[in-house]
Design a protein around this ligand. Structure first.
Ligand code: IPE
Ligand code: IPE
Ligand code: MG
Length: 245
């Protein structure tokens, strides 16, 4: 994962993707939703590799939301099984390529086998620095913000933090993505145009891109097109551009 992107492109440092549309993809083929999810894993593999080649350093993938517990138990089970199988199958390859794997999301309601695999992935790749892959699993933006607040409140109650010192920089150290830069480009596949509780804090100034492709059909060419679109955007952060009247 050391190739660099074409020099003319402004490459986003952090790309986050809401991988949506697996169920519709399967339905179009008369297959169960779980078939779409397992095809989605192939798209994950290709996307991780393509992101490194394009010069993206941080990739965050939304794979299970705190709201996805509302799905039928067999689908939830299939999604958990897929995370396990993906990590088991790909961890050594990711590690060899210098990928640091981190998992964002709440952990207190995950089963020991899932926790074990998440912790193993994080431990094994902890010292890697070539590429940063964050899997948002059992993740909700509001839940993350509440957990961050609670952790700060604990320190205030314990006397370690003076409330006057709480600012955006301190808060950023308490979210699950601490140490990872804010999202530059947020992509959602499947044509839906909503955030669905993803990275509410980190995507405050992200460029949003909604694509009419179902996740299992998402290819490196789509990612490259998204990076091109990003490069053509004008990020102002509330200010004005140099040269503006
Ligand atoms: C995205 O695909 C995967 C997850 C949310 C886990 P969906 O399962 O939401 O597919 P659609 O949106 O129903 O087509
Ligand atoms: C968002 O997709 C969650 C993931 C991709 C993991 P959903 O399909 O769950 O979102 P909604 O229900 O369309 O908002
Ligand atoms: Mg969906």
């Amino acid at each position: 994962m050391t190739e660099t992107a074409p020099a003319t492109l402004t490459v986003p440092s952090h790309v986050a993707i809401i991988m949506d549309g697996n169920g519709r993809w399967a339905k179009q083929r008369g297959r169960p939703r779980s078939f779409g999810h397992s095809k989605g894993v192939d798209a994950v593999r290709k996307t991780v590799e393509a992101a490194g080649k394009l010069g993206i350093r941080h990739l965050t993938l939304f794979s299970f939301s705190t709201e996805n517990w509302n799905r039928p138990a067999d689908e939830v089970g299939a999604l958990f099984e897929l995370l396990k199988r993906y990590v088991e199958a790909d961890l050594n390859t990711l590690d060899r390529r210098g990928v640091k794997v981190q998992v964002a999301g709440r952990r207190d309601d995950l089963s020991p086998d899932i926790l074990e695999i998440i912790e193993r992935a994080e431990r094994q790749t902890a010292d890697n620095t070539d590429f940063f892959l964050t899997i948002a699993f059992n993740y909700g933006g509001r839940d993350e913000i509440v957990r961050a607040c609670r952790s700060i409140a604990d320190d205030v109650a314990g006397g370690q933090i003076d409330p006057a010192r709480i600012d955006e920089a301190l808060f950023s150290t308490r979210v699950d993505t601490a140490g990872i830069p804010d999202v530059d480009l947020l992509i959602r596949t499947s044509g839906e145009q909503r955030i669905s509780n993803f990275l509410l804090w980190q995507a405050a100034y992200a460029e949003l891109l909604f694509l009419d492709v179902l996740w299992p059909d998402f290819s490196p060419a789509h990612l490259e097109g998204a990076v091109r679109e990003y490069a053509a955007r004008d990020r102002r952060y509330g200010g004005v551009n140099a040269g503006a009247a």
